[in-house]
Design a protein around this ligand. Structure first.
Ligand SMILES: [Zn+2]
Length: 813
């Protein structure tokens, strides 16, 4: 075959047109068109509209757009720009625009992103930089309406459409006549709205234009969804990464509520998209603990004068969580942050706390409160929001429900009440409702023990000869003795049910059981009556103090606060400090919320609030950790009273100041709680063993459950050290309490005498033990020496016979 030259080919094709067409269509047309559109970047003729494109040509357009979607490194806006250019061309629209939809503080808004695109306009001229954006809410204009309804719109005449707003036209001088608008939707979310404005050579967009518009919208849709998914993925992966990371380190340093908050902030972080932020954890407790208020109320400490929150709390950031999210990601927890911590220097956190605002610091450097310049972008600062609060409240509710369920098992049954309040037996009435209150009071009192017979008024009272059931009656007797039952209209059925339920609320642990609860109540009664401390208190206050004393250790688990913390018990997660005491208090308050148990049901609101407040102070005060806080304050009151000339003067000095009354009451609770140490030796020696046994049981748990070595006090292998520990306890804790009370009221001296007597007993046991130990030690020493000598003798004597005389002499030395 000869060489094929161009002429020959041309000649062949001209002679065979059918083949030429078939070949071109099959082989070349797509490539050629594709080349034209892709590489030549020849601006397509403005007049060229869709009907003029063949199918292949349209495929080429689509192909081109697909290529740009795939193009790496190209921004979503750039690709969308290309699509909108083609749209403007194919629809013969004067211009096209894209508005994005986003959310600011939870409110959706529209923002101009690409404006006035024509088939030939440049991206740089159409792209709107962030600070030039036109931003408007969804209820403005047709664009907003399309986003709101999530439906496309063809508006032949904007003047006749009541959603149209001419605010954009007014800004630009452009006149919008007709338009097509359609939203880009992903799931329930609107990502953007595309608009084609003013049909060229026609008065409106046609039905066919609508179809084209929808068709090409899909490209933008793909681009934006891809971009958005990527964005979400990045946030999500980063978030889970950090959350996982923080689960190990940060969580250790946060309490439950703070963890909740830390998690919640992470959701907000999606919207903040900032580089660094901090959370200042404001002390959310409504007020200071009562024991921290005392020194201020007594005038010993200057009151707080700094900024306060809208609801009157002091602005104390007790902890800061610092999130540094750019570069090497880091989360730091700073407990009790210093005032010059970077987040505080700006003054912003305090400002926010004071005013309760959620500050959006988008324009941080411009804000007059913002004095800290080194932040790269902005600082998002926010306080615990209502949502978080609600979550916490739900937690609170769950707790209540659990307690309610528990209460059904605890609450005294009708039969149990009948075992004390014998209306059936004595009145021959079947239902208690049919009994008169007076009758009930009478039959109840008849059955209650005689105070003298059981020594109810004595500091030396012992519960040993009395059954636990009988102790319930003794408890009831005391309320009658202080004359509060009739005075405060306590229905005896309710009183009986409450007293019985309190008894049942105590668990059968070794020491912190109902007997201990009762003893604290009995000592409170004796301090008030025999100790004559009642003179500082009203009948209502005495009523509350006695009731609180009975309840003070309710539902105790036989392990102390430290154990709750170490074993991360649910209680420890619920309460930050005075864990068990707060639980006893909550439990007692829960009982009172049940009207059939509410012995204070006939009090007015103010009286009831007084009672609840006294419950709080009295029960929390039994936390021995707080004892050292009140010691000197109590001593000062005793000192002052000692100087008074008359009893009236002292009474006035105390009663005029509720704080002094609270301090005395708190110290009375301690005196009651520790009263076993003042009892006659036969009682004290046995009770001390109960206490010790409960401690040893906890020590066992620490060894087995926590795999920790218990402290000597809780170590049953060191039980011989008990007398020594008792002496130490008496010297360092108890002596002060009973010495001061005896100085305050000489009637209380029997307690101090009892204490000092017990100290003598424990000391002699401790000495005995020491002597025994010393003896053993010396014995061992002697033995050791003896062994050495024997060994030497054996050596000296060599292999021959042992010289008896010699060895004896040596041993004696
Ligand atoms: Zn107690």
């Amino acid at each position: 075959m000869g060489e094929i030259n161009q002429n020959a080919v041309e000649k062949y094709l001209e002679e065979n047109p059918a083949f030429a067409k078939e070949y071109f269509d099959k082989k070349l047309r797509v490539e050629v068109l594709g080349e034209i559109f892709k590489n030549s970047r020849v601006p397509v003729q403005a007049s060229m509209s869709l009907p003029e494109l063949t199918q292949v040509e349209e495929s080429a357009v689509c192909l081109e757009l697909l290529w740009s979607v795939q193009e790496e490194g190209s921004s979503a806006e750039l690709t969308a720009h290309k699509v909108l250019q083609r749209m403007a061309q194919l629809l013969q629209a004067d211009r096209c625009s894209m508005f994005i939809c986003r959310s600011r503080n939870g409110t959706p808004e529209m923002a101009s992103k690409l404006l006035d695109i024509t088939p030939t306009s440049k991206f740089e001229d159409n792209f709107v930089v962030p600070d030039k954006e036109v931003v408007f809410p969804l209820d403005v204009g047709i664009v907003g309406w399309a986003a709101h309804t999530k439906k496309p719109l063809n508006v032949p005449d904007v003047k006749k459409n009541n959603h149209f707003s001419d605010f954009m036209d007014k800004q630009t001088g452009y006149v919008t006549k007709n338009l097509l608008a359609a939203p880009v939707v992903m799931g329930k979310e609107v990502l953007a709205v595309l608009v084609a404005v003013n049909k060229v050579n026609a008065s409106e967009f046609s039905k066919q234009d609508e179809e084209v518009f929808t068709k090409y919208l899909n490209f933008v849709s793909v681009i934006l969804k891809l971009h958005h998914t990527n964005y979400l993925y990045n946030i999500e992966s980063r978030r889970s990464q950090i959350l996982m990371w923080s689960a190990n380190k940060v969580f250790e340093e946060l309490t439950d509520v703070e963890r909740q908050f830390h998690k919640a902030l992470y959701t907000i972080r999606t919207y903040l998209n900032c580089e660094r932020y901090s959370i200042g954890l404001l002390d959310m407790t409504k007020e200071k603990e009562f024991y921290d208020e005392w020194p201020i109320k007594l005038g010993e400490v200057e009151p707080y004068k700094g900024p306060k929150t809208p609801d009157g709390r002091e602005v104390i950031f007790y902890k800061v969580i610092d999130y540094i999210l750019h570069g090497k990601e880091e989360i730091k927890v700073i407990p009790t942050p210093p005032a010059d911590h970077w987040t505080f220097v700006s003054g912003l956190p305090t400002y926010v706390a004071e005013n309760g605002f959620i500050c959006n610091m988008l324009n941080a450097p411009a804000d007059e409160y913002f004095t800290f310049q080194t932040l790269t972008q902005f600082l998002g600062w926010s306080l615990l929001n209502t949502d978080t609060y609600e979550k916490m409240n739900k937690l609170e509710n769950r707790k209540d429900i659990a307690q309610e369920m528990l209460m059904n098992h605890t609450k005294a049954t009708p039969d149990e009440i009948k075992s004390i309040l014998k209306f059936k037996e004595k009145l021959n009435i079947d239902s208690i409702e049919d009994c008169e209150e007076k009758q009930l009071v009478k039959i109840l009192k008849e059955d209650l023990p005689d105070p003298q017979a059981v020594e109810l008024y004595e500091f030396r009272f012992s519960d040993f000869p009395i059954t636990e059931h009988e102790l319930i009656k003794c408890g009831l007797r005391m309320f009658f003795e202080i004359n509060v039952v009739e005075k405060f209209k306590v229905p005896v059925e309710v009183l009986t049910r409450w007293m019985y339920t309190v008894r049942k609320g105590y668990r059968a642990v070794t020491y912190h059981n109902w007997r201990h609860g009762f003893n604290v109540g009995q000592t409170m009664f004796t301090l008030l009556m025999t100790g004559r401390l009642k003179k500082y208190y009203t009948d209502l206050e005495a009523f509350a103090m006695l009731a609180a004393a009975f309840c003070h250790d309710i539902d105790h688990r036989g392990t102390n606060n430290l154990y709750q913390m170490k074993s991360t018990s649910p209680l420890a997660r619920l309460h930050g400090s005075s864990i068990l005491e707060r639980h006893h208090l909550e439990y007692s308050k829960t009982l009172l919320k049940d009207e059939s148990l509410n012995i204070f049901q006939n009090l007015n609101k103010r009286q009831y609030e007084t009672v609840i407040h006294l419950f709080e102070v009295a029960i929390i005060a039994t936390d021995l950790a707080l004892y050292f806080k009140k010691r000197t304050m109590f001593q000062k009151i005793v000192d002052a009273c000692e100087q008074m000339q008359t009893e009236e003067e002292a009474i006035k000095y105390v009663t005029i100041d509720p704080t002094k009354k609270e301090i005395i009451m708190a110290m009375m609770m301690t005196a009651c709680d520790l009263s076993a140490i003042t009892k006659p030796w036969e009682v004290q020696s046995q009770v001390a063993l109960l206490v010790a046994n409960e401690f040893w049981e906890q020590g066992d748990l620490e060894r087995t459950v926590l795999q920790q070595q218990p402290i000597p006090m809780m170590d049953r292998n060191k039980k011989d050290e008990l007398p020594k520990l008792q002496v130490g306890f008496i010297d360092f804790v108890c002596t002060f309490v009973y010495k001061e009370f005896s100085r305050f009221h000489k009637e209380i001296t029997p307690m101090l005498n009892g204490l000092q007597n017990n100290r003598v007993e424990w000391k002699s046991l401790a000495d005995e033990y020491d002597a025994k130990m010393k003896e053993i030690e010396e014995e061992m020493k002697k033995q050791e020496e003896g062994e050495v000598v024997v060994a030497q003798v054996a050596e000296d004597s060599g292999g021959g016979g042992v010289d008896d005389k010699k060895s004896k002499t040596c041993l004696m030395l």
